[in-house]
Design a binder for this molecule. Structure first.
Ligand code: ZN
Length: 75
């Protein structure tokens, strides 16, 4: 499954893709992560859509059966 492309930094003119900082993720809070820009060293709060896609993977699937277990980390 290809990972969706991270968003680019809204503050940097060259629009680099953001890093996903997962250091704050806990077992009870699997979506407690942030976007991080290595260029301006700022953290950005992901949107609800980003949280959905980048925490659990892109919605849908060719087989029709979508497995979503928030307890299982995916990279
Ligand atoms: Zn930036």
């Amino acid at each position: 499954m290809p990972m969706p492309t991270p968003p680019s930094c809204p503050a940097c003119p060259d629009s680099r893709p953001l890093w996903k900082d997962v250091t704050q993720i806990t077992e009870r809070m699997p979506d407690n992560w942030f976007w991080y820009c290595a260029n301006c060293e700022r953290f950005w709060r992901p949107s609800a859509e980003h949280k959905e896609v980048f925490t659990h993977g892109p919605p849908g699937g060719s087989s029709g059966s979508v497995r979503r277990d928030p307890r299982v980390p995916r990279d």
